[in-house]
Design a protein around this ligand. Structure first.
Ligand code: C5P
Length: 220
């Protein structure tokens, strides 16, 4: 039984990877499974919230009671999120958004046996930072960021908190959380940081998501 601690709240959540096409058959993506974001959406709905989940390309069932919007690229995710962000109480950015995309999209498949026979090179251009844009709105929702770092988690996450003007960021303590069912988290705000589960062990993503929703409800 989950207490309805988010009854009457509207949550907007991003999840999964983005896919940035290079040509009609190739693209740049990452190993995000979407599991944490989908667990967050499920836990939020269980806690009584009205939930919109903007999902990158993943094969996961939509949690019960959740409104889902499917997108592919970071720009599409940005376009789906920004217009409705201010109408929400909370924005949770779990998506692993590609930081860069190919500067141009080839209309045809790039062929190996081309005239020049040269290895292709790709110019990249920066994607918009969805979380920073939402946090920078005149009246932003309560914004929760996620951080997956391969080193110096606390330091990197704290600088992200400041740079993106976030009240709260959640760091992945596990070295390789992508695709796994279990995780260990570090919750960081302006004053403190503490592990979830509280005893520093690990837990499945749904358990962690429920704990995060209880934590979040106290901050609103
Ligand atoms: O800067 P970095 O990508 O490490 O920050 C991670 C956090 O920012 C995550 O919450 C992620 O969902 C969000 N993010 C975003 N848009 C981007 C890049 C990251 O919303 N373009």
């Amino acid at each position: 039984f989950q207490p309805k601690v988010l009854q009457g709240r509207k949550l907007l959540i991003t999840a999964g990877p983005t896919f940035e096409p290079i040509d009609p058959v190739r693209g740049i993506t990452n190993h995000s499974s979407g599991k944490m974001g989908f667990a967050m959406a499920r836990a939020a709905a269980e806690a009584g919230a009205e939930v919109t989940l903007v999902a990158g390309p993943v094969h996961l069932p939509t949690p019960r009671g959740v409104r889902r919007v499917n997108v592919t690229t970071a720009q599409q995710m940005f376009d789906a999120v920004l217009p409705q962000a201010a109408a929400h109480d909370v924005f949770v950015a779990t998506a692993a958004v590609a930081d860069w995309r190919p500067a141009s999209l080839s209309a045809q498949k790039i062929k190996k046996e081309g005239d020049k026979k040269a290895t292709p090179t790709f110019e990249l251009t920066e994607n918009p930072d969805i979380l920073a844009a939402v946090a920078g709105l005149p009246q932003p929702p309560f914004c929760v960021g996620f951080a997956a770092e391969s080193e110096n988690l606390l330091e990197h996450a704290r600088s992200k908190l400041v740079r993106k003007k976030l009240p709260m960021i959640v760091g992945n303590l596990g070295p390789a959380t992508f695709g796994k069912d279990d995780n260990a988290l570090l919750v960081i705000d302006a004053q403190r940081h503490y592990p979830l589960p509280a005893d520093g062990s690990s837990a499945d993503k749904l358990t962690l998501a429920r704990q995060l929703m209880a934590d979040l409800a106290q901050r609103l």
